[in-house]
Design a protein around this ligand. Structure first.
Ligand code: RTP
Ligand code: MG
Length: 139
């Protein structure tokens, strides 16, 4: 994946609350182009693989259970400086600390049910995009 791309997924709280369209509108209005998009649900085992990077953290088991509890919407997005600009668009992990106007400030329910994921590096964006989408879905 090119370095002007990032990976995101709408989490079960956001999809369950019917906020999929509103959040995608924010993303497009911020200048991100949708390269790939689907609606799916992770098993606990697949969530564990996706979040293997967090294996040693105290919240890992809860996170995997939560992320496999409902529908998610993974996407690959394209924009100049995509990873950093997207992290700024979604705001801090804890919605209580997220800046006003960010997606998490407006849609997240808690530090765990925080509406949306955003990759934290170009390398992780590529790996996470490849986790959900085959090469021919990434054009
Ligand atoms: P994300 O990966 O989802 O974009 O979030 P992030 O970089 O802001 O946060 P990260 O440290 O990567 O944590 C991944 C997700 O784990 C949940 N979490 N729970 N209970 C807790 O203290 C706690 N801390 C993090 C959140 O859902 C977070 O987005
Ligand atoms: Mg993260």
């Amino acid at each position: 994946m090119a370095t002007n791309r990032t990976f995101t997924m709408l989490k079960p709280d956001a999809v369950g609350a019917g906020n999929t369209g509103a959040i995608i509108k924010r993303i497009e209005e911020a200048g991100f182009k949708i390269i790939a998009l689907k609606k799916t649900q992770l098993s606990a085992a697949l969530a564990g693989q996706f979040y293997a990077i967090h294996k040693e953290r105290s919240f890992y088991n809860e996170l995997c259970a939560y992320m496999s509890s409902g529908t998610i919407v993974p996407m690959i997005l394209e924009k100049d400086n995509a990873v950093e600009d997207f992290r700024n668009l979604i705001g801090a992990t804890d919605p209580k600390k997220a800046a006003p106007g960010t997606i998490r400030a407006d849609f997240a329910k808690s530090i765990e049910a925080n509406a949306i994921h955003g990759s934290d590096s170009d390398e992780n964006a590529a790996n996470e995009g490849n986790f959900f989408f085959s090469a021919f879905e990434q054009f």
